[in-house]
Design a protein around this ligand. Structure first.
Ligand code: SF4
Ligand code: SF4
Length: 349
């Protein structure tokens, strides 16, 4: 990793430099919620001034730019007696995601393991991942963030450039990729001094101090094995609405269904992938109508076991990055810290 420092004005210069050849994506304030709090979303932006780089978090994650909610995998057309097949990875132009927080970059690193690191990589995801230049920025923690417990409050790879405001009108650049190195050469930057290093460490210490919600992950995979039959799953399931909003908001949920459709004239067909949630009633229904998880409690339990047990067993880290989005969006008020605490012996609230 290389480090550079620059005046704060260089951030706008960086944006404008990249905007010459890339589609720019970043956090934008799109509304106020009923409590008057700003609601942020990752959107395409043409002007640097539209970015809200001091955003807390976005309601939905940036996952949709890499793994869209719905995507055509292949389109087929009858030509004469033969069917032609066309595949499109849906990347028109290189893009820059400007202002992704550490937890969300860690979420992409988790998705990479499944969607790019397995025996059958997903080319649609890989094409977008390789085509989107990622600029990370330091975050503003919220009460629902528990990234420190998940080890995702900091990130060491999976981005091109990471920018931290170290105060005094100064920026601290962490340069990870050669592309970022070449971009940074066109900006006015300098070598960081020992004072800059100290300022960076002070800012990070202060940020971490503000992340106050915790999840005890000690022996969690073992405890989940022991508590598979625990009544807490039914208690949470009775609260759960089975709406699937948690998976939609989550930066790491990637379960999906594939549908094949044929036009009525039998001349065209397509195969479409749609993201799905394991909390939805028919997620585990199979041909013939049998449903392996008809109860909400078993479906909610499955989601927790995938995140905090199965994925840990396969990849030695959790599929949950502690962003808190699922708890924020849940109309039933179900949060990861409360569910995990109850499995560990606390009372489900
Ligand atoms: S946990 Fe909450 S958001 Fe998720 S399916 Fe249940 S009610 Fe919906
Ligand atoms: S499970 Fe919840 S807290 Fe964990 S990464 Fe997904 S949305 Fe964030």
């Amino acid at each position: 990793m290389l480090f550079r420092v620059a005046e704060a004005s260089q951030l706008k210069a960086l944006f404008e430099l990249l905007a010459q050849t890339n589609t720019m994506l970043g956090p934008v304030k799109v509304a106020d919620d009923l409590g008057g709090n700003p609601v942020y979303s990752f959107e395409e932006v043409a002007e640097f001034s539209r970015l809200s780089l001091d955003y807390t978090t976005t309601r939905l994650s940036a996952k949709r730019f890499f793994l869209p909610f719905r995507e055509d995998l292949a389109v087929f057309a009858l030509q004469g007696k033969d069917w032609s097949k066309q595949m499109d990875y849906h990347m028109d132009r290189p893009a820059v995601l400007f202002g992704l927080h550490a937890c969300d970059i860690n979420a992409l690193n988790r998705l990479d393991k499944v969607l790019m690191g397995s025996d059958h990589p997903v080319p649609y995801y890989a094409a977008k991942r390789k085509n989107i230049f990622i600029i990370g920025t330091g975050c503003t923690p919220r009460p629902s963030c528990f990234c420190r417990s998940m080890g995702t409050n900091t990130v060491t790879h999976g981005f091109d450039l990471f920018v931290t405001d170290i105060g005094g009108g100064r920026l601290f650049f962490e340069i990870f990729s050669s592309e970022a190195y070449h971009v940074i050469r066109d900006l006015a930057t300098g070598e960081p001094t020992p004072e800059d290093h100290n300022a960076y460490m002070r800012v990070e210490t202060e940020r971490n101090r503000k992340i106050t919600t915790t999840v005890d992950t000690t022996d969690l995979t073992k405890i989940l094995d022991m508590e598979f039959q625990s009544p807490v799953w039914k208690t949470w399931g009775d609260k759960c609405l089975g709406c699937g909003s948690c998976a939609s908001a989550c930066p790491t949920c990637y379960c999906y269904g594939v549908e094949e459709t044929v036009d009525p004239g039998l001349r065209e067909a397509k195969k479409t992938r749609t993201l799905y949630s394991c909390n939805i009633v028919d997620f585990a229904e199979v041909a013939g109508g049998h449903n392996f998880r008809p109860e909400r409690g078993t479906r909610l339990k499955y989601r927790y076991y995938h995140k905090h047990r199965g994925f840990v067993e396969a990849y030695e880290e959790s599929l949950c990055v502690g962003c808190g989005r699922c708890g924020d969006i849940c109309l039933a008020g179900i949060t990861v810290p409360e569910v995990i605490a109850s499995v560990r012996g606390g009372d489900p609230t």
